[in-house]
Design a protein around this ligand. Structure first.
Ligand code: SF4
Length: 373
C-alpha cells in the first residue's frame, strides 16, 4: 500500500481537477437520504432561530454534543435572545458557562451580542461575511450559522468534514497545508450549493462523527457512500486524513494551593492575555526544572500572592495537555496563611465561600484540582 505521507509533494499537481458535478450530485443525494434517516435529535436542530443556532455552534466548538446539551438549555433559558445577552452582566454570562471550558467563547458571545445590537439592528447577521465580523466567529461558524439558520449555500470544514472528504476523494496530501485545506473548502462549497445547504453541512459532520470515524469507520455495514469512496478502493482509509505528527508537548510542573482563611478560600484571576486568560484558580505557579514541589510550594505562593502559608499538605497531582505543554499540577492544602495579599502575575483576587469556587470561570484543570481538595 502506498504511503500518503511520501506522496504528499506538490498539492497543486497531486490534487487533480475538482470533483465533477455529477459525482457531487450523487454524494449529496446519498448523504441527505442518510441524514434524513439517521440524524440525531438534538435540541438546536428543532430551532430555526439564528440566535439559538449561533449559541449552539459556539458551544460545540471544542466540546462534545452530550456535554453541550444541558448548557445550551440553561443558557437559552437565562438569555433567550440577543437583547438579554447583550445587556447581561459579564459574570452572569460566565456563571452560565461555568464548567464548559474555553471561557473566551463566553466573552466573545457577550461582546458579539453587543455588536449585533449596535451594528446589526439587534439581529444575527444573515451572511457569512458579516458573521465573520463578530468576535469569536471564524469561517467555520459563519458557514454553519449562514447555512443552517438562513439556508445560504456556505460550506463548513471541520475535522469531521476533512476526514470524510479526504477519504471519499482519496486525497493524500498533507491537510495542514493551505492549498490542500483550500481545496477541501472548495469541495465542501460544491456540496453546499443546491437544496438544503444547512442539512448537507450537518449531514457531512454527523456522518464523520458517527460513520466515517477516525478509528474503525463503518465502511462495510453503515456507509451509503462506500461504492463511491476512493480511499476504500485504494485501501488507504486508515491513513487518511494525512496530518503530520505533532511535536510532543513540553513537560511542565506547577504547584497550586487551596488556601483558606476563616470560612473563605483564596481565588486568584489570571492575566487578561495568555494561557487560560481571565480564568480563576488557586494561587500557585510553575516550578523550575528539577525542583521538588513540596520544597518550593511556600516560596512560590509567597512570590505570587505575598502570603506565608501554614502547614501545606500534598493533596495529589492533576494533569492536563495543552497544545504545546503537558502540565502536571501538584495540589496542596494549607491550614491557613499569614500576611496581606500582594499579587504578582495575577490581575485580581477574592476570598470566597469554598462551595462558590466552581461557579467562577475556571479551567477544567482547576476543576480537577477542586475535586482533589
Ligand atoms: S467507505 Fe468508509 S472511509 Fe469511505 S466514506 Fe464510507 S465510512 Fe468513510
Amino acid at each position: 500500500m502506498s504511503d500518503p505521507r511520501k506522496d504528499a509533494t506538490n498539492p497543486a499537481d497531486e490534487l487533480g481537477p475538482p470533483t465533477p458535478r455529477a459525482r457531487i450530485r450523487r454524494v449529496r443525494e446519498k448523504l441527505l437520504a442518510w441524514y434524513d434517516a439517521h440524524h440525531r435529535d438534538l435540541p438546536w436542530r428543532r430551532s430555526r432561530d439564528p440566535y439559538a443556532i449561533w449559541i449552539s455552534e459556539t458551544m460545540l466548538q471544542q466540546t462534545r454534543v452530550e456535554t453541550v446539551i444541558p448548557y445550551y438549555r440553561r443558557f437559552l433559558e437565562r438569555f433567550p435572545d440577543i437583547g438579554s445577552l447583550a445587556t447581561a452582566d459579564r459574570d452572569d454570562v460566565y456563571e452560565h458557562w461555568a464548567g464548559l471550558g474555553y471561557y473566551s467563547r463566553a466573552r466573545n458571545l457577550h461582546n458579539a451580542a453587543q455588536m449585533m445590537v449596535a451594528d446589526f439592528a439587534g439581529n444575527v447577521p444573515s451572511n457569512a461575511e458579516d458573521l465573520q465580523k463578530l468576535p469569536g466567529v471564524g469561517r467555520y461558524t459563519a458557514g454553519a450559522v449562514a447555512s443552517i439558520a438562513y439556508g445560504e449555500p456556505e460550506p463548513v470544514v471541520d475535522g469531521n468534514v476533512i476526514r470524510v472528504l479526504t477519504r471519499l476523494l482519496d486525497m493524500r496530501a498533507d491537510v495542514t497545508r493551505k492549498p490542500v485545506l483550500e481545496r477541501l473548502w472548495h469541495e465542501a462549497g460544491s456540496l453546499a450549493r443546491g437544496a438544503r445547504p444547512g442539512d448537507i453541512n450537518q449531514a457531512l459532520m454527523e456522518f464523520g462523527a458517527t460513520v466515517c470515524t477516525p478509528k474503525s469507520p463503518r465502511c462495510k455495514r453503515a456507509c451509503p457512500l462506500a461504492r463511491m469512496c476512493h480511499a476504500r478502493a485504494a485501501g488507504t482509509v486508515d491513513e487518511l486524513p494525512n496530518k503530520p505528527r505533532k511535536k510532543k508537548p513540553k513537560p511542565v510542573e506547577a504547584v497550586s494551593v487551596w488556601l483558606p482563611r476563616g470560612n473563605r478560600v483564596l481565588a486568584v484571576q489570571r492575566p487578561e492575555t495568555g494561557l487560560l486568560a481571565n480564568l480563576w484558580e488557586f494561587p500557585g505557579g510553575e516550578l523550575e526544572r528539577g525542583e521538588e514541589a513540596k520544597a518550593h510550594v511556600e516560596r512560590i505562593v509567597r512570590n505570587s500572592v505575598g502570603l506565608e502559608i501554614l502547614n501545606p499538605t500534598y493533596a495529589g497531582t492533576v494533569e492536563h495537555i495543552f497544545t504545546h505543554r503537558h502540565l502536571q499540577l501538584h495540589v496542596f492544602r494549607a491550614a491557613g496563611a499569614e500576611g496581606r495579599v500582594g499579587l504578582n502575575g495575577y490581575q485580581a483576587h477574592k476570598w470566597i465561600a469554598p462551595k462558590k469556587f466552581d461557579s467562577l470561570p475556571i479551567a477544567s484543570l482547576t476543576q480537577k484540582a477542586l475535586e482533589l481538595v
